[in-house]
Design a protein around this ligand. Structure first.
Ligand code: BES
Ligand code: MN
Ligand code: ZN
Length: 512
């Protein structure tokens, strides 16, 4: 999808759909909406008067202006997008509006549209912020995954979809700044769409091997990225017993995927490691899940997908920071070679772990991932994992869980998420929960019981972060969306790809 920023008058744009907007309660539209209204015989005002257009959030009213009824009014249609109340509009509302508009434009078969910048007038929103939100909402709201639908079986009748969105900025002095924001947002949102693709593929296709191949393809197609894929034998040499214990129940070979972006080659310590859980299917292993619990477990590599995708956007944008994306990919299967309940495995740092429940596999793979990161010079680490059912119970879908040993890093991450409309809520890492991971026969056990289990899981990973600044994100509640709503479409969300990219930009900025 292409985005073009132009300065000009929307009534003079030759376009299939001219998107304008209205706050709720406004009777006489002003600005660009007012100009369009005047040009089309006050149709908008009349529809407001008739009560059809109310300006409510996510309302979208289509007015046909084809033909020469309105003199030299160039657009073929006008789409009036409701903005809701003028005092509460924020970037996330704009993302949702843009998503609704994108789906509406697609449903009428248009491949291009022109929009004004929502909220940049009386809404008081910075034009660059509005433009970025429009881009994110458009790309993510229009996202579809149709790889396994034969065209004869495709029940929605839409066409190729939106290809070009022209964004009108009235102030020509701001066009460059707006274009730069549009370019960054395009990279971020396309990366999040890539993460969705990787997660949406079924688990018989998106095996660790295929995930590694996709990562190679991303790295090879993107300037500034280098990739390393390590094999089971490498993991054995490094002593990754915790990760290998998970992998041993599957016929699919495990793959260690590492992508490097060297944005600050003169300062190796200026780095960020983003480490994603990469279980391409989580059956639970011998501690088998009930079938209903397995239905969404192809999404157990959503963290891994997000770090691979984020690496691409980071390289495209080019911040002055070194970023390494790491994913220790494997299936968690109950094959004949599977690890047993009560096995003891040894992680890469020598710690012994008693495997109480083979379904608590994510923390085992992340343990070795974090040790590997630290031994390879990580100075800041963020791990992203669909880790626990407990976080879903605690936080639902409104927030993902954040845990950390470093106030500064976790605050930077939460702030980055806020900029991108992705919410994280920090939970404590208290000593009482930490003690629940004590084993009678090993250094640690891999489950800490029912109480606070999202916290004990985070503590387990924290044992391997030691004193390196680290944030753990538990995204189990937010990797998948049940339906299409705002910028989310049914299936994978791609979250928190954009937040990871924003964090890298913000850390680079703070360091300069
Ligand atoms: N991948 C699951 C967590 C999960 C649950 C992700 C729901 C997405 C949606 C994880 O590996 C798991 O099985 N966790 C168990 C741990 C338990 C056995 C200690 C859980 O949280 O129930
Ligand atoms: Mn599991
Ligand atoms: Zn899992």
């Amino acid at each position: 999808m292409k985005f073009e920023v132009v300065t000009g008058d929307i009534t003079k744009q030759t376009t299939a759909v001219a998107v304008v907007n209205l706050f709720s309660g406004v009777i006489e539209p002003g600005g660009a909406t007012g100009a369009v209204d005047s040009a089309i015989g006050s149709t908008i005002s009349k529809l407001i008067e008739a009560g059809e257009i109310k300006g409510g959030a996510s309302e979208a009213t289509l007015i046909h202006t084809l033909g020469d009824r309105y003199g030299d009014f160039a657009p073929d249609r006008v789409l009036v997008a409701g903005l809701g109340k003028s005092n509460s509009l924020d970037a996330d509302d704009i993302r949702k509006i843009a998503a609704t508009v994108a789906r509406r434009v697609r449903s009428i078969g248009a491949s291009e549209a022109t929009t004004i910048l929502h909220g940049a007038g009386i809404g008081g929103i910075d034009p660059a912020v509005s433009a970025a939100a429009i881009v994110e909402g458009t790309i993510l709201g229009a996202y579809e995954f149709k790889n396994y639908k034969s065209s004869s079986n495709d029940d929605d009748d839409d066409t190729g979809g939106l290809e070009t969105l022209t964004i009108i900025e009235l102030d020509s002095g701001k066009a460059n700044e707006v274009q730069a924001a549009v370019d960054r947002a395009t990279s971020m949102a396309n990366a999040e769409a890539l993460a969705r693709d990787l997660v949406n593929h079924p688990p018989n296709i998106m095996t660790p091997t295929r995930l590694a191949e996709e990562a190679v393809a991303v790295a090879e197609a993107t300037d500034g990225l280098s990739i390393t894929v390590l094999e089971r034998a490498d993991a054995e040499k490094m002593g990754m017993g915790a990760y290998l214990g998970v992998a041993q129940g599957s016929h699919e070979p495990p793959k260690i995927i590492r992508i490097d972006y060297a944005g600050d080659p003169d300062d190796a310590d200026n780095n960020l490691w983003i480490i994603g859980k990469g279980i391409t299917f989580d059956s639970g292993g011998l501690s088998l899940k009930p079938s209903s619990g397995m239905e969404t477990m192809k999404s157990d590599m959503a963290g891994g997908a997000s770090v691979i995708a984020a690496a691409r956007a980071i390289a495209e944008i080019g911040p002055k920071i070194n970023v390494t994306a790491l994913c220790l990919a494997t299936e968690n299967m109950p094959g004949g070679g599977a690890q047993r309940v009560s096995d003891v495995v040894q992680a890469m740092n020598g710690k012994y772990i008693e495997v109480i429940n083979t379904d608590a596999e994510g923390r085992l793979t992340l343990a070795d991932a974090l040790v590997y990161a630290r031994e390879n010079g990580a100075r800041r680490m963020v791990d992203i994992a669909t880790l626990t059912g407990g976080i879903v119970v605690a936080l639902g879908k409104g927030n993902s869980g954040a845990f950390s040993n470093d106030d500064e890093l976790v605050n930077a991450l939460i702030a980055a998420g806020d900029k991108r409309g992705q919410s994280f809520w920090r939970l404590p890492l208290d000593d009482i929960a930490k003690r629940q991971n004590r084993s009678k026969i090993a250094d640690l056990k891999n489950t800490g019981g029912r109480a606070a289990h999202a916290i004990t899981a985070a503590h387990f990973i924290g044992e391997f972060a030691e004193d390196t600044p680290w944030v753990h994100l538990d995204i189990a509640g937010n990797a998948m969306s049940d339906g299409t709503n705002g910028i989310l479409t049914a299936g994978a969300t791609g979250l928190p790809t954009r937040t990871l990219v924003q964090l890298a930009l913000d850390l680079a900025e703070a360091n300069s």
